[in-house]
Design a protein. Structure first.
Length: 154
């Protein structure tokens, strides 16, 4: 406050209080008022400094929180990547198993088809054999008739 001239009006009651406080400290009213103003400015400066310190600490804390949050996000992203890789691998395994199941199903169907055909084949062979023996006996009969008809013609 040095070099500044401050003038203000106060009522007699306030002046009496200031005079009493100045006398207790052995100062004139003007000196006492200057000292009070300097103390208030000092208090204001200290408050401002305290506020600056507080703001700086808040900024540091905020930066640390942001850094921790970024690290956590990075960690979570790595976990997501790992889970996506595992999911992809699992999906490949499922696809491979589905392909194997389809191949086994086709193989089983082919085997069942062959098994179903074999009894038919056996039945067909039996029928063919019966037909062959019938046809052979008919043939023999016909040959016999033919022989006797040729014999009697001679």
């Amino acid at each position: 406050m040095s070099g500044k001239v401050v003038s203000f009006k106060i009522n007699e009651e306030k002046y009496a209080i200031l005079k009493k406080e100045a006398d207790e400290k052995g100062l004139s009213v003007g000196q006492y008022v200057r000292q009070k103003i300097l103390e208030e400015e000092k208090d204001d400066d200290e408050r401002e400094f305290t506020n600056l310190e507080f703001n700086l600490k808040n900024e540091e804390i905020t930066q640390k929180l942001i850094q921790a949050k970024d690290e956590q996000i990075s960690s979570l992203n790595k976990q997501v990547d790992t889970l996506q890789d595992q999911l992809s691998s699992a999906m490949k395994s499922v696809t491979k198993l589905a392909d194997q199941q389809q191949q086994l199903t086709l193989s089983l169907q082919e085997s069942l088809f062959k098994i179903e055909k074999e009894p038919l084949k056996d039945d067909y062979m039996a029928e063919t054999s019966e037909n062959a023996s019938e046809s052979s006996s008919v043939k023999t009969e016909n040959e016999t008739k033919s022989f006797w008809s040729r014999f009697w013609r001679k």
